[in-house]
Design a protein around this ligand. Structure first.
Ligand code: SF4
Length: 494
């Protein structure tokens, strides 16, 4: 192993589990047989800053006001750079988690290029391919000479080939290229040469939210989605839904179990049950593996799950999930209104949701609801139905069938989503195009849903959920963020 590589993930989210992107880059290094080390900027920030500093940083990143937090992040970045230099790094692989990390990436890469101008940098990840002001973030960074190469699309083959010396590949763009190319989507994920590795990731930096007694590891079993929800940009990121066979996924679980003692997993896909055939196979292979390895008796998994009707999800599916170790599901409920959910193209009803919760109660599978308020066509009546839904399902809090609500606040009009693309037909006018928060718009066909009204509904939702004792993680952080957009948005009383 002569080549020396430092892998860095830029991923300001929650420092609860080792990032999948870091394990992916590590796996690519192992596949190419080069020497490497790993850093997660997020986990180091969480470790070296206080909770209030971290919350401030989170808001500043979201609001594109990173300059306010330079003094917080600079020492952490300098620490990483110091370790990169001591390692005699020849190449830095950077993964950018999302478009929100653009400024953080710029800050980090500027520091690196100033201190170590001769180290080559290759960046990838969803954030690099995201479009900002008509250009990919990769292009923005390359034009500032902050990186040497960037990969658009899946990095599996590109990364390994690059590490073996091939710098001319479709999807691999350099700062001198005038035109960008994208990696064609991989059809057979079972044949990918990169299997993630956690061997060199410091696991004690992570504090999982699932209250497990050992680290929770990320696992990717598919790419893309079988749905096309109106507010989601997944269809632009992945043109086709592709998945691994259940047996292939289970062989990766065994690898991580043998290498780092992994027992608990989060499946980081957009959904774990996109292919029912593969999902069923995964559950049945896991049951077999558990019967062979007593050390996997406590195996658990969780992930995002789409609700379907009882014909598509018969009771046996829930029984098999439970036997395999399904611990919890995050389900995109979004709203309590069937009418509004139909507008969002979610393709399930409250009746399907009732059935789903009954089954989960029976087989002891916990659920996190994913919700938001203020979708462009939400009426007061739709919103009332969301509040009623909280009352209707409160009974499921008692036995942990519902364990919390990941409430993302008010609807943001993200570029590359069906709602954004059809905004003129819907009647939406963007008030401030440069608005980093994507919340400043008005629907002329639903004019009473002003931004103020949306925020008031958000607060009303949170208040009701708290009265009914639904846990809502990160509520304080979100309210701090809202008040930074405009202090008038958050009323000072109750
Ligand atoms: S919101 Fe979830 S289910 Fe809907 S398209 Fe996006 S990833 Fe798929």
């Amino acid at each position: 192993m002569s080549y020396k590589v430092s892998c860095v993930s830029i991923d300001l989210i929650n420092a609860d589990k080792p990032p999948a992107s870091l394990a992916f880059m590590a796996g690519a290094c192992e596949s190419a047989e080069v020497d490497y080390q790993c850093f997660s900027l997020n986990s180091m920030l969480a470790e070296y800053t206080s909770k209030s500093q971290y919350n401030q940083l989170y808001s500043d990143v979201k609001l594109e006001q990173l300059h306010k937090s330079f003094s917080i992040i600079e020492p952490v970045i300098l620490n990483i750079i110091d370790q990169i230099r001591k390692f005699n790094t020849e190449l830095i692989l950077v993964s950018v988690f999302s478009y929100m990390q653009k400024n953080l990436s710029e800050f980090f890469l500027t520091k690196i290029k100033n201190i170590c101008p001769d180290i080559e940098i290759l960046a990838g990840g969803p954030g690099v391919g995201a479009t900002v002001q008509g250009k990919t973030i990769g292009k923005h960074l390359a034009e500032q000479s902050l990186l040497d190469f960037y990969c658009l699309g899946e990095g599996d083959e590109i990364l390994v080939n690059f590490l073996k010396g091939n710098k001319q590949q479709l999807g691999l763009n350099s700062k001198t290229d005038s035109y960008e190319s994208w990696v064609p989507q991989i059809d057979n994920l079972d044949q990918c040469s990169v299997i993630p590795s956690y061997k060199k990731i410091k696991l004690n930096e992570y504090h999982n939210l699932e209250a497990k007694n050992s680290a929770v590891f990320s696992l990717s079993t598919s790419r893309g989605c079988v749905r096309a929800c109106s507010f989601c940009d997944i269809g632009k990121i992945w043109k086709k839904f592709r998945f691994r066979s259940g047996a292939h996924v289970v062989s990766e679980i065994l690898k991580h179990h043998r290498e780092v003692g992994a027992v608990h997993f989060t499946i980081v896909d957009s959904l774990i049950n996109g292919s029912l055939k593969s999902f069923r196979e995964f559950n049945s292979e896991m049951v077999k593996l558990k019967s062979k390895y007593s050390s996997l008796q406590d195996f658990s998994y969780n992930g995002m799950f789409i609700v379907r009707n009882r014909q598509s999800h018969p009771e046996q599916l829930f029984a098999d999930m439970s036997a395999a170790g399904c611990d919890s599901l995050a389900i995109g409920v979004e709203t309590g209104s069937d009418r509004l959910r139909y507008d969002m193209n979610k393709k399930f009803t409250n009746e399907d949701l009732d059935y789903h919760l009954e089954m989960c109660q029976k087989y002891k599978i916990r659920n996190f609801f994913l919700t938001f308020v203020g979708y462009a066509t939400e009426t007061r009546e739709d919103f009332e139905q969301t509040l009623l839904m909280l009352e209707r399902y409160q009974k499921y809090l008692l036995d942990d069938t519902i364990v919390g609500i990941n409430h993302s606040g008010i609807f943001g009009l993200l570029p590359d989503t069906p709602t954004y693309d059809h905004r003129a037909e819907i009647g939406i006018e963007i008030i401030d195009d440069a608005d980093a928060t994507k919340i400043n718009w008005i629907n002329h066909n639903n004019p009473t849903l002003t931004i103020k009204e949306r925020i008031l509904r958000d607060l009303e939702f949170r208040k009701k959920a708290l009265e009914l004792r639904y846990p809502i993680p990160y509520a304080t952080r979100y309210l701090e963020y809202l008040s930074k957009i405009n202090p008038d948005f958050v009323p000072q009383s109750d």
